[in-house]
Design a protein around this ligand. Sequence first.
Ligand code: UFG
Length: 339
Amino acid sequence: MSILVTGGLGYIGSHTVVELINNNFDVIIVDDLSNSEKFILDNIEEITGKRPIFYPFDLRRKELLTQVFDAHNIEGCINFAASKAVGESMTEPLKYYENNLFSLINVLQEFKERNISNFIFSSSCTVYGQADEMPIDENTPLKEAESSYGKTKQMGEDILKDFSRAYQKKVSLLRYFNPIGAHPTALLGELPAGIPNNLVPYVTQTAAGIREKLSIWGDDYPTEDGTAVRDYIYVVDLAKAHVAALKKLLNSENETVLDIYNLGTGKGSSVLEVVKAFELANNVPVPYQICPRREGDITVAYANADKAEKELGWKSETSLEESLKTTWEWQKYLNDRNN
Ligand code: UFG
């Protein structure tokens, strides 16, 4: 019995593959390498001693996907494959709707036709928009997402709710807050293509001298130090939540399951706090300048992750400082690779 991991060479996907293998699952990866690199497969093997089966293709190619399902006894899927750049999704919305939704539907059709259950979907706290109250729990009302990317996550959730109900399937929707950090071996981490959009990769590249200065987008938010607040969750902790969610689906005696979990630390940190924590953890300076707010940014988002703790026995374990240390080790590994 195997678990299909789409986007399994990507940032969160690769860390999750390692945790699945550590828990004795056989893993099959489909990844089109559009935002990932082949050496990650070698590194997964180096960490775990096992090389997952890997198919390099775009999930919109249904005929190739059908062959994968023909060739393996697939018992469940964790679906990471998606385009994820918020800014790009505003100028290229069709790319996002097509890529993120067609690839999802193709996998679900195989599930339906072959009577397979157990589907885990990478969702995002972006489905809540700027919530009226903190912390955000799973009953917090969803607001219209700001970006087309965010809308694909909301639509993906809707598709899966209908899928679970109509075909009696087990589904888990995992709403991530802000994933950061790298594997403790420094063999896996985030590989931003081009100039990073996200805070931590930008901080890391600035510390490494690849970028001159971090731009802090706004210091006039109604927060303690004026910079925006997010819930930064360590990627290995996040990966472990996927295994817990999968085991819960596999062990459930109910035919139909629709689980929804917020995955965060429960603690908000401001942009300035992240910068300071990085400098302190790694003993390197991060030059920065204060700039105007970035369009579309919300003021504050942090999770109430009690439901995941209660039902999955999972909680975030790694501090912000520890996570930021692993990020720096990963950057050093990348520097060595590139030299
Ligand atoms: N920030 C900066 N400078 C940068 C990059 C980011 O100041 O160079 C700030 C942002 O303005 C924001 C915070 O750092 O206040 C975090 O920004 P990220 O881009 O790292 O993360 P976001 O919270 O904006 O985005 C994340 C995910 C998205 C998801 C979104 C939902 O990356 O996939 O949460 O809120 F859609």
